[in-house]
Design a protein around this ligand. Structure first.
Ligand SMILES: Cc1cc2nc3c(=O)[nH]c(=O)nc-3n(C[C@H](O)[C@H](O)[C@H](O)COP(=O)(O)O)c2cc1C
Length: 455
């Protein structure tokens, strides 16, 4: 394993050299035109091969409606030109919200989400014309063990997990099967609302250790949602089947799936049972083939757990600890996992994660992945916060401006942990520097007028 190093690469040659020196396999191409090509997902066309990943802003109202900063973020994303905009984690029940300002899709909030949807579609059209039909996905979630709806942890756990549940008493109650069954219906209700609003797709979020992701690794759980593969995937598959029963093909269904948790067996999914540092993708691939057979056409691949091993899913320069590897090894791991998935389900559009650390060199990896068929779309998370115009610059100028890129400093995650509304502290300092400072000083998060009215 390489030693951790901050990003210091100047150009494609240096990146190539570092890849060779570390003995990694990362696809590269300077044919950036590939990123400007439309991508077909069944009947629909995504205008280019660049996507904004779901990025929670923690900036809704206490009722879970989008608020001023939420609109601002999505206007910036929509005017940035990415063909696919994957909206952030949006709760399906209040008690499953990860923070008091997390978005919450329920009937009462439907009109507000409708306004957000219209803002996105109209902004993209105004910038790029009526041929640029941005594809929108809303990510439906229950935060499970990371639920914090009133600002204090209020975990709802599917299993007792010694790695992820260190602060919980041994007899902490586990959510029962009847409650899980009722929650399936809450996902369906939210999907119905998303369909009425006009979103192209719903994502049944299955990553990062949240409830649905935790259930995939619920080996030690008793009852119909734990133990064998069929039981552990029941929650996800039931939700998919119920949405299809209610809505037919009226809305696309997709998912953000952790292919590899990097948590030891029997508590992590997609891991080699003897050595959790290696991925074993047999179950994720089996699940994806079942989903494909149910008509699911697209999957967004992620890895790791942001609370337990954040370096796995978001390679960084500075963060809560110094990672035990070079960030490029993290990038390579995620991309190689994505490649194996794409090759196992070639008829699905697979979206790659983990490009932001590569800054202005990321388009070469994005284009390389598409050229070599490792994935169909390149997704950007932190880069979209820092540089919302990234897609436009790649497509129109064939380059990213290094001075505008994400520097993988981890400050957007720190704001979240401090309970503030998040964005890029470095490149969008006017809005987020003061929020960041207040959070670090332990001051209550700065809130908007609309939020203040409620508290
Ligand atoms: C502040 C912040 C918020 C995030 N919110 C979400 C989210 O709502 N849903 C999700 O699936 N991933 C979320 N992620 C993970 C990102 O989508 C992405 O997987 C990760 O940042 C790695 O991609 P990148 O290297 O392009 O940043 C979040 C990450 C950060 C830093």
């Amino acid at each position: 394993m390489g030693k951790h190093e901050r990003f210091r690469l100047l150009d494609l040659d240096e990146l190539q050299e570092k890849i060779s020196k570390l003995g990694l396999e990362i696809p590269l191409s300077d044919n950036l035109g590939l990123l400007a090509r439309p991508v077909k997902v069944a009947e629909k066309t995504i205008p280019n091969a660049l996507s904004v990943h779901p990025m929670e802003g923690c900036d809704g109202t206490v009722d879970g409606e989008p608020d001023e900063l939420t609109y601002r973020r999505y206007r910036r994303f929509a005017s940035g030109g990415a063909g696919l905009l994957w909206l952030e984690a949006t709760a399906v029940v209040h008690e499953g919200r990860a923070n008091p300002l997390q978005l919450y899709l329920c009937r009462k909030n439907k009109d507000a989400f409708g306004k957000l949807f219209d803002t996105i579609v109209e902004t993209a059209r105004a910038e790029f014309g009526s041929n640029h039909g941005v594809y929108t996905v809303v990510q439906l979630t229950h935060s499970g063990r990371y639920s914090k709806p009133e600002g204090k942890p209020a975990p709802i756990i599917a299993t007792r997990n010694p790695y992820l549940g260190r602060n919980l008493p041994e007899d902490y109650p586990v959510i029962d099967d009847e409650q899980l069954e009722r929650l399936e219906d809450c996902f369906v209700e939210a999907a119905v609302l998303a369909g009425e609003i006009g979103f192209d797709a719903v994502d049944i979020k299955a990553c990062h250790g949240y409830l649905n992701s935790e259930l995939l690794s619920a080996y030690t759980r008793d009852g119909k949602y734990g133990g064998g593969f069929e039981n552990r995937t029941r929650f996800l598959l039931n939700i998919v089947d119920k949405i299809r029963d209610r809505l037919g093909d009226a809305i696309d269904i997709t998912l953000r799936l952790n292919a590899y948790d990097a948590v030891p067996y029997p508590y992590g999914w997609g891991v080699d049972r003897a050595d959790y540092r290696k991925a074993d993708l047999s179950e994720p691939i089996k699940l994806l083939r079942m989903l494909r057979d149910r008509g699911i056409k697209m999957v967004n691949i992620s890895c790791g757990n942001p609370y337990y091993n954040p370096h796995v899913g978001r390679p960084y320069d500075t963060g809560p600890y110094i990672p035990p590897e070079h960030p490029l090894e993290g990038v390579a791991r995620m991309l190689n996992i994505t490649k194996t998935i794409q090759q196992s389900v070639p008829d699905m559009v697979v979206i790659a994660t983990g490009l932001s650390w590569l800054r202005q060199l990321s388009p070469f990896v994005a284009a390389g992945g598409i050229e070599k068929e490792w994935f169909g779309l390149a997704g950007y998370g932190r880069q979209a916060f820092a540089y919302p115009q990234f897609a436009r610059d790649i497509v129109e100028n064939g380059a990213l401006d290094a001075r505008k890129c994400c520097i993988a400093c981890g400050k957007c995650s720190e704001i979240m942990r401090d309970g503030g509304r998040t964005g890029c502290v470095i490149r969008d300092a006017e809005v987020y520097a003061s929020i960041y400072r207040a959070g670090r000083e332990g001051k209550p998060p700065i809130q908007s007028n609309r939020v203040a009215e409620h508290v």
